[in-house]
Every structure is written in structure tokens, then in C-alpha cells.
Design a binder for this molecule. Structure first.
Ligand code: FAD
Ligand code: DLZ
Ligand code: SF4
Length: 519
């Protein structure tokens, strides 16, 4: 029997409620799934990220087959595999002669542009449907952005609360307050440890993929094993339930803390499952609200969790589509220093960075404050080139897709967009890291020392950055006042800071070519 509709499903579209599958009966569609070389190597993704995507794709294909769908699954090593989506859809059209290609829009600009060309290339019509797994449509974000100079997340977030009804009592936010972030900044106490995150033993499908990735992507960054990410919806739901039962309560207070010895702390570790489609954002937020309504979790934790998802996650996606393609090129701070080699090897005496790079290598994950205030802060104040930084984040994290990675890197961390996303650069000295972590006590550098060879490098780098960007930042109402402190130091102290910073920056070895992209 011929099936008239060909439905390509990409590696981050593994959702049964995907728009291209809606209302489709098994008898009228052929599903096409493609493991392609170009997607695995356009940046050289962490090995675990490739295992995650291929294994989750293979499991999803099995689930659709069990429902009666015909799934045409192209494996990476299939002899005729052209290595890219367009080539594989073209081959599938030859095999199945469909009267329509129906696909859900891509999450990334790069792939979206390729899809736009399909209609002209292929002999049948191509319908590109909106990705309804997001709460805000592109039009919703455009309406929000219209006429605003700064696209402040907080106002967007309130619109999402009203739209979803989450934590709302009628027209008002529950308890009368929209945002409880000020209650969510507890430093870690001595010995703080969170219950471990569930890890899922690889089944036969995952083991086969691990062997494939070990063989074909051996030169990619990151440890291949142990691999424990959820690869099916059932596993992802189990991970979510474990979070609600054991970690949500303290998620809020310790959201900004960093502890050597408890990598995930109270974070949910659900971003990979959300981003590839195993979990639905609204279902997770509804479950979190339930925990609050039943008196099992405090409002500051629940509101904080919901804000990350219907606030930040939706906002950065809207921001990405609103600001592309310029966002990928943005470099308002004129930062041109190459990324240091130690971002790939972890070989640095700076304990905070070494630990964040270690967890990144071992797990393809680091939590938000490690990404923002250690790794990102360093890249900002050392003036690292935004495109090199973006390539690194896109390659090393299992949850990284450009729509979510790039706004965080270029906007939130590097201020490369000139302040469209963040109202000020998140620049900080060693003091912040010392307050919020247990890193500094075991570091060869002294966090209290400001200048000289043993000074924590974040201290002189902070002032070096502020001094170099004075013309850009002095008029910023949130950070500009800091220049009065700088001026009061006097010329001799300022020189000491700048010379210590320059010496440190001169000692950085640039990353060798070939880590992020094939040379
Ligand atoms: P939790 O702390 O438990 O938060 C719950 C959920 O909220 C996350 O799963 C995620 O879906 C969402 N969320 C939280 N913060 C953000 C944010 N700033 N932007 C978007 N969603 C958010 N997240 C990604 O999913 N992919 C990325 O490629 C990515 N790159 C980042 C790069 C930088 C420089 C920074 C500062 C942050 C980045 N983030 C990214 C956001 C955040 O760090 C991760 O979502 C989070 O660490 C994932 O772990 P978790 O699931 O335990 O998150
Ligand atoms: C990240 C990724 C990787 C590594 N490999 C594939 C693949 O082989 N096939 C596939 O369909 N998707 C893959 N992905 C996810 C895509 O890169 C992602 O779907 C697009 O970038 C759109 O967001
Ligand atoms: Fe990091 Fe500085 Fe603390 Fe060392 S002293 S861990 S470099 S913040």
C-alpha cells in the first residue's frame, strides 16, 4: 500500500505530540528518520551527545513502529547515506514517491534555511508546520518585542504566566509576587550534598550506538562512558519524578551554588529530555505547581523552576529567531582573543574552571551557574572571541542546540549583542565564586589576593575588562557606578591590576585547531 505523506522527524523532534504527527494515521504516512554525518560534525559534538541523539532516535522509531507506523530509518553507516538531511529526504522521495512532505520546523536557523529550499528541489509539495511544543509562537515573541529597546525577560515571563495560568490566582500571581529570585541565592554550607540524579543503564540499542560512536567519533571531545542519560520518554518521566520527589524542594535556595563533589546539586538535569522532545515543558511545570499546591514544595523553588522553563527557555527561543542571523556574528565588545586550550583539556590551575571542565567532559553537562559565572564569566572578562565560545558550548553540552545555546552565550554571558538580552554584563571577580562555591579553598591561586603572580586571575581580569570597556559600560545604570571605585584606586594600583592581568592573558595557550570543527 502506498502511503501519501512522508514525515521527516529530526533528532530533537522525538515527541508523540509533534505537529507533523498530529491527526496522522499509520496507514497514510511513512516516517523518515536520518542519522547523518553533517549533523554529528557541523560542530564536533561531545560523544555522549551523539549517543543520546542516535539512541533516542532509534528508541523513538521503535515506539512508532509498535503503533503501526512504517518508519524508514537511515543509519549512519548505511552504504548510500548522503550525510545530510536534504540528500536523505531526496532519496526517501525516490523510494516512496509521496504526494506530500510534511515536517515540523527546525529548531536551528541553519537547518531551517535548508528546509526552505526543499519545496523548489523536490517533485512534491513540502509543508513546514510550526513547532507547537513551545508555549510562545514566533508571532507571540514578535508582538512582545515590538517597540522595546531592551527585551527584558521578566515582562515576557509574566505574559507566559498569564497565557498558561501557571501559578496564577485569577489575574494575580500566586502569593502576589511574580518572581522570588531574591530568595534563591543561598551559598552552599560546608558538606552540602544533594541526592544523586538517576542514571539509566544502557540497553542493547544504546550499547550498539556507544560502540558506533566510539569507533566513528573517537576524536570528539568528552568521555563516552559511563553513559546514563534518559533515552526514552519512560526514562525521562522517571528522571522527572525523581527530581520532584527528592530535589525540587531545595532547587530554589541552592540554584546558584556550586559544589565540588556534588556536580548536579539540586538541579533537575532534565534539559536534554526537554530539548530532544521526550518531555513536554507544560507537563513538567504543571507537575511542579502540583507539588506546591499539595504543600510538598515551597513556592520559591517551584516558581524558580517554572520561571526557568516558561520564562528563560521560551524567551531565549523567541530571542534567537528574532535576532538571527545577526546574533551569530555579534561582537559588540570587540572581543578577539582565541579560546584557551585548557577549555578542551581541563589543564589549568584555576580550580573552579578545572572542575567545571571536568564535569563537562565526564557528563556532557555543567549546571547553569557553572556555565554562567565560572566558564562564561572567564570568557567575558578575558575577552574571548564570541564565535569560538559559542562553538565550544554548542559542542560540549548534551543539551546544546543553537536556539538555546547562542542567546545564552552571545547575549547572557558575553554581552556580544550590545545589551539586547541582558541589562548588564555578568562580570564578576573571584569574590563571587568564593562566596557561592567550595572551589577556592583548594586552589593554587589566592582568592583574596588582588594582584601579583598568586592572585586569583578573576580579580585582575575583572578590572582589566572594566577598564578596556569603559566607553561602552560607563553609562550603563546597573554597572557604571563601579568606575568611581576604579578611579579612587589611583594610577599605581590600577597599573598593578592591568599588568597582572596582561601577564596572565599572555600566558594563555590558544586552543589547537580541530577541537570544535574538523580542520
Ligand atoms: P535546571 O537548573 O533544573 O532548570 C530547569 C530547566 O530550565 C532546564 O532544564 C532548562 O530547560 C531551563 N533553563 C534554565 N535556564 C535556562 C536558560 N538560561 N536558557 C534556557 N533554558 C533554561 N540550556 C540548554 O538547554 N541548552 C544549552 O545549550 C544551554 N547553553 C547555555 C549556555 C550558557 C552560557 C548558559 C549560561 C546557559 C545555558 N543553558 C543551556 C541554560 C542552562 O544552563 C541549562 O538549561 C541547565 O544547566 C540545564 O540543566 P538542568 O536541566 O538541570 O536545569
Ligand atoms: C545533534 C544531532 C546529531 C548529533 N545528529 C543528528 C542526526 O544524525 N540526525 C538528526 O535528525 N538530528 C541530529 N541531531 C539533531 C539536529 O542537529 C537538530 O535536529 C537540528 O539541528 C535542528 O535543531
Ligand atoms: Fe577560581 Fe580564583 Fe577561586 Fe581559584 S581562587 S577557584 S581561580 S575563583
Amino acid at each position: 500500500m502506498t502511503r501519501p505523506i512522508l514525515v521527516p522527524i529530526l533528532g530533537d523532534q522525538l515527541s508523540r505530540n509533534l505537529s507533523s504527527l498530529e491527526g496522522l494515521s499509520a496507514s497514510e504516512a511513512t516516517i523518515l528518520m536520518m542519522e547523518v554525518w553533517d549533523e554529528a560534525t557541523y560542530v564536533k559534538h561531545h560523544k555522549q551527545k551523539i549517543v543520546l541523539i542516535f539512541s533516542a532516535m532509534r528508541h523513538f522509531a521503535e515506539e512508532l513502529r509498535a503503533e503501526g507506523f512504517e518508519v524508514d530509518y537511515v543509519r549512519l553507516d548505511d552504504a548510500q547515506n548522503t550525510g545530510n538531511f536534504t540528500g536523505e529526504v531526496a532519496r526517501a522521495i525516490e523510494r516512496h514517491a509521496p504526494s506530500e512532505v510534511r515536517v515540523t520546523e527546525s529548531g536551528e536557523w541553519r537547518v531551517h534555511n535548508a528546509m526552505l529550499e526543499w519545496e523548489g528541489r523536490f517533485p512534491c509539495p513540502v509543508s513546514i508546520l510550526p513547532d507547537t511544543r513551545f508555549i510562545a509562537s514566533h508571532a507571540d515573541f514578535r508582538r512582545f518585542a515590538e517597540g522595546r529597546k531592551h527585551l527584558t525577560m521578566e515582562y515576557f515571563y509574566r505574559e507566559m504566566r498569564r497565557k498558561t495560568g501557571l501559578l496564577m490566582d485569577g489575574e494575580k500571581p500566586t502569593s502576589g509576587v511574580w518572581n522570588l529570585d531574591s530568595e534563591n541565592r543561598e551559598p552552599p554550607q560546608e558538606g552540602l550534598r544533594a541526592p544523586p540524579t538517576p542514571k539509566f543503564a544502557p540497553d542493547a540499542i544504546t550499547q550498539e550506538v556507544i560502540a558506533l560512536v566510539g569507533e566513528r567519533f573517537a576524536d570528539h571531545f568528552g568521555d563516552l562512558e559511563p553513559f546514563g542519560w534518559p533515552v526514552t520518554r519512560a526514562e525521562a518521566l522517571e528522571a522527572a519524578e525523581a527530581f520532584f520527589a527528592r530535589r525540587l524542594t531545595l532547587f530554589g535556595p541552592y540554584q546558584d551554588a556550586m559544589v565540588h563533589g556534588s556536580d548536579d546539586l539540586y538541579h533537575s538535569m532534565l534539559s536534554t529530555s526537554l530539548n530532544i522532545g521526550l518531555l513536554d515543558p507544560l507537563e513538567l511545570c504543571g507537575r511542579a505547581e502540583d507539588e506546591y499546591r499539595k504543600g510538598r514544595a515551597p513556592l520559591n523553588s517551584v516558581e524558580g523552576f517554572i520561571r526557568q522553563i516558561i520564562g528563560w527557555r521560551e524567551y531565549v527561543r523567541g530571542f534567537y529567531w528574532h535576532q538571527m542571523p545577526q546574533l551569530a556574528e555579534a561582537n559588540e565588545m570587540a572581543a578577539h582573543r582565541p579560546l584557551p586550550e585548557f577549555f578542551w583539556t581541563g589543564k589549568t590551575d584555576m580550580r573552579c574552571l578545572a572542575d567545571c571542565i571536568r564535569t563537562t567532559r565526564e557528563d556532557a553537562h555543567a549546571h547553569h551557574i557553572q556555565r554562567l559565572m565560572v566558564l562564561g564569566n572567564f570568557c567575558l572578562i578575558a575577552g574571548i572571541d564570541p564565535q569560538e565560545v559559542a562553538d565550544w558550548y554548542l559542542a560540549v553540552y548534551a543539551d546544546a542546540f543553537e536556539w538555546v545555546e547562542l542567546p545564552n552565550v552571545a547575549g547572557m554571558v558575553l554581552y556580544a549583542d550590545g545589551g539586547r538580552l541582558a541589562t548588564k554584563p555578568y562580570a564578576a571577580s573571584g569574590n563571587y565564586i568564593n562566596k557561592m562555591s567550595n572551589y577556592c579553598s583548594g586552589c593554587r591561586y589566592k582568592v583574596a589576593q588582588k594582584t601579583g603572580p598568586n592572585a586569583c586571575p578573576f580579580n585582575p581580569l575583572y578590572w582589566h575588562f572594566m577598564d578596556a570597556n569603559r566607553a561602552r559600560l560607563e553609562s550603563n545604570h546597573r554597572i557604571g557606578r563601579i568606575y568611581a571605585t576604579w578611579d579612587r584606586m589611583g594610577a599605581a594600583k590600577q597599573r598593578e591590576y592591568l599588568e597582572t592581568a596582561e601577564k596572565f592573558l599572555d600566558s594563555l595557550e590558544p586552543a589547537r585547531e580541530g577541537w570544535a570543527r574538523s580542520n
